[in-house]
Every structure is written in structure tokens, then in C-alpha cells.
Design a protein around this ligand. Structure first.
Ligand SMILES: [Zn+2]
Length: 161
């Protein structure tokens, strides 16, 4: 897998761009099939944040290869939390806020994207070891359940990359 650092990363119309221009500022983007990851070079000056973002991106690769049973167990976990606010990263949080009841019921694309982002954000939170971050807004009792879930996943040694 290759990791590149580029200045002023932004996303625009499904593309990842670098430098001034249109689009939304982002920390990183991953190209799963090409096994390539691009991170904003600003992160090089913020080690804890770099590790958080790097872990999040790495788990995109894990999620892609995860077996269906494990994915369904993740689906069941976050489905049971619906109705509670908060998440463990902005990427999952804004997607969660945009979900409608039909999304989870019909497992729409929006729901599947939320599943993936909540998985990656939770992994980044789990491995960061930090209790506090402005993006950690999930209530404590739900964090405990996610921690147990990841501890179990690791106990099974199931981390395909
Ligand atoms: Zn992501």
C-alpha cells in the first residue's frame, strides 16, 4: 500500500484534489482498488491527529475485506444505537444525522456508507487510546459497547487488509 502526503486536500464532485480551489477541505482519501492513500500534509505537524486519520483510512481497507458475518454484527450494533445522538468522528456523525428511518430499514447506500464510516471512526477512536477529542460525542455507555465489539474482533484476529 502506498501513502502520499499532499497540501490542502479537498473533495470536489467525488474527486480528491490538492491546492487552492473549489470543494470541501478533507484530511484524507483512500483509493481501495489502487491500494493508495492520500493524507493532508498538515497532519505531519500533528502526530496524534495523523495517527487518528491514518487509522481511519486503514480501516477502510479492512472494512472492504471484512466477512459478511462481521459486517452484519457491526450493522446490528449501530442499528441498536439509532435514536441516540453522537458519534466517534465527524465522518460518521454527519452521515448519521442525515439518515432517515427508511435508510436503515432498506439498507440504502446512505446506510451502508454510514456503517463503513462509523466502523472506521470507531476503530480510530479505539486505537487512539484518547478519551477526549472534539469529535468524540457518543454517550459513554455506547462507547463501552463499541469498545467491547472491537476487543472481540481483535480477539478473533480478524483484520483483513
Ligand atoms: Zn472514511
Amino acid at each position: 500500500m502506498r501513502i502520499h502526503f499532499e497540501p490542502q486536500l479537498r473533495a470536489s464532485r467525488g474527486k480528491l484534489l490538492s491546492g487552492h480551489g473549489a470543494g470541501t477541505a478533507v484530511h484524507a482519501g483512500s483509493f481501495l482498488r489502487e491500494r493508495r492513500m492520500v493524507l493532508d500534509s498538515d497532519l505531519l505537524n500533528h502526530a496524534p491527529e495523523l495517527l487518528r486519520i491514518l487509522t481511519h483510512e486503514l480501516f477502510h481497507f479492512v472494512w472492504r475485506k471484512l466477512d459478511n458475518g462481521t459486517r452484519l454484527r457491526w450493522d446490528a450494533l449501530v442499528r441498536a444505537e439509532l435514536g441516540s445522538p453522537g458519534e466517534l468522528g465527524w465522518s460518521a456523525e454527519w452521515r448519521k444525522a442525515a439518515l432517515t428511518p427508511a435508510d436503515s430499514r432498506k439498507r440504502t447506500r446512505r446506510w451502508r456508507e454510514y456503517l463503513c464510516e462509523s466502523f472506521c471512526d470507531s476503530a480510530a477512536w479505539y486505537f487512539s487510546g484518547a478519551a477526549k477529542h472534539p469529535e468524540y460525542t457518543l454517550p459513554a455507555k455506547l462507547r463501552r459497547l463499541r469498545r467491547q465489539w472491537f476487543t472481540r474482533l481483535l480477539a478473533e484476529r480478524k483484520l483483513p487488509l
